[in-house]
Ligand binder design. Structure first.
Ligand SMILES: NC(=O)C[C@H]([NH3+])C(=O)NS(=O)(=O)OC[C@H]1O[C@@H](n2cnc3c(N)ncnc32)[C@H](O)[C@@H]1O
Ligand SMILES: [Mg+2]
Length: 430
């Protein structure tokens, strides 16, 4: 590893010190007998200046390099309030690792083109900032989960059954039979609680969703928790404490990256427990009072959720959904058989669902009936039903879509920008 320092570590108080930097040419301009190169690395940028009278050789090299060329630059630090970071490097040496004649991404590049060349779009400091925030959100989640006594487990991705409906399964050949790509680790986490009680996993989940919305991917990163002995209200408390910690910790560690993408931090600062809680019934009343054509029993889609989020300035819960609108594994509400003990967490500012969670049906016969009611075959869920035969316990869990949470935190206009290489119905390459 060369003995370089990071661009962001070049400070005005280092004036007079000789430094070596390695990175890519982010911006370049020539003024008279000077070449200004703004160098970029993973930490940020710093301006370097090449003066002909300081080094003819370095000045000649600097004149030739193109945008995004990889270079190593050496020089002496000089404080300068006119420079982007208040400091610049008076360069007398440049080693061009690879010169780039023409970098294909220009200022007016369309979203579709940026996705076509996503492998080059990752040069962008804005994209790097999104990935830093995403990584920090997961770092925070791991911190919280460790201190709250949850065990990480590593469930399979090759599975034999649907969790969230057969319509969105990706089927693949598995030797002499077929397998599916996991839609959710939930069923396997439910098995793990009999030994570990509180478990979590962070896996890719796959949904053959044909819906081309700004919040759907066909592959997304799924943080899922499952806990024995917890009911719906217990798991909702876990959700709000976890999400609050993730948001506040990321604000603490990545505030400048967040402010690059959103100026108003109000809803993030409001993300502290307890979150507001409304019932599905109340949600329908609110929507109807705002003129939305929706009847009790109908599922709320992205449009309805977007309108609902206008009522809140923080994430909030909607609980008590109609049974027929929700998955087979959800426990029927003992006080109202039309409903299940399910709750979604919705992000404000139009983003909607970021978490789906519920208390699970722990009674064997009722679960068999739910599977039959959904037109599925209990034989396909024999192992899962066993969990209700050998020491069944009340238990609850949830799944958090990390890209959706990041999209809200950074106010991205599509969830695809929150993932390194987005997968949608029309995009499988690069
Ligand atoms: N362990 C559990 O209880 C999870 C449960 N089996 C489950 O998968 N619920 S979910 O379908 O609402 O998905 C959970 C979350 O997963 C995200 N999700 C769900 N589907 C997607 C797609 N297609 N794209 C991006 N993100 C998605 C979204 O934030 C949802 O709230
Ligand atoms: Mg859901």
């Amino acid at each position: 590893m060369i003995d370089k320092i990071y661009c962001a570590d070049v400070r005005p108080e280092m004036e007079g010190r000789r430094v070596k930097l390695a990175g890519w040419v982010y911006r370049k301009r020539e003024v008279g007998k000077k070449v200004f190169i703004v160098l970029r690395d993973s930490s940020g940028i710093v301006q370097t200046i090449f003066k002909k009278e300081l080094s003819e050789e370095a000045y000649a090299e600097a004149k030739k390099v193109g945008i995004e060329s990889s270079v190593i630059i050496e020089g002496v630090v000089k404080a300068d309030p006119r420079a982007p970071t208040g400091v610049e490097v008076q360069a007398d040496k440049i080693q061009v690792i690879q010169n780039v004649e023409f970098f294909p991404i220009t200022k007016d590049a369309s979203d579709e083109f940026l996705l076509d060349v996503r492998h080059l779009h990752l040069h962008s400091p804005k994209v790097a900032g999104i990935m830093k925030v995403k990584a920090t959100m997961m770092q925070a989640a791991r911190e919280w989960l460790l201190q709250d006594g949850w065990y990480e487990v590593f469930p399979p991705i090759l599975v034999t059954g649907a969790v969230e409906g057969g319509a969105t399964l990706f089927k693949l050949k598995y030797f002499d039979r077929y397998a599916y790509l996991s839609q959710s680790a939930q069923l396997y986490l439910e098995a793990a609680i009999f030994g570990l009680e509180k478990v979590w996993s962070f896996t890719p989940s796959f949904r053959a969703e044909k819906s081309r919305t700004r919040r759907h991917l066909t592959e997304f990163w799924h943080l899922e928790l499952e806990a024995a002995w917890m009911d719906l209200w217990d798991i909702m408390k876990v959700e709000e404490e976890l999400v609050s910690y993730m948001v506040q910790r990321t604000l603490e560690l990545r505030r400048s990256d967040i402010e690059t993408l959103r100026k108003d931090l109000t809803t993030l600062k409001n993300t502290v427990p307890p979150f507001p809680r409304i019932s599905y019934d109340e949600a329908i009343d609110i929507l109807q009072s705002k003129g939305v054509q929706i009847e009790w029993g109908e599922d709320m889609g992205a449009d309805e959720e977007r309108i609902l989020t206008q009522e809140f300035e923080s994430p909030f819960f909607v609980y008590g959904y109609p049974k027929h609108a929700k998955a087979f594994y959800m426990k029927e509400d003992p006080e109202d058989p039309r409903k299940v003990l399910a709750a979604d967490m919705l992000a404000p500012e139009g983003y909607g669902e970021v978490i789906g969670g519920s208390q699970r049906e722990d009674d064997y016969d009722k679960l068999v009936q739910r599977i039959l009611d959904e037109g599925m075959d209990p034989k396909d869920y024999e192992w899962y039903l066993d969990l209700r035969k050998y020491g069944s316990v009340p238990h609850s869990g949830f799944g958090l879509g990390l890209e959706r949470l990041v999209a809200w935190v950074l106010k991205l206009d599509h969830v695809r920008w929150a993932t390194l290489f987005p997968r949608t119905p029309s995009r499988l390459y690069p």
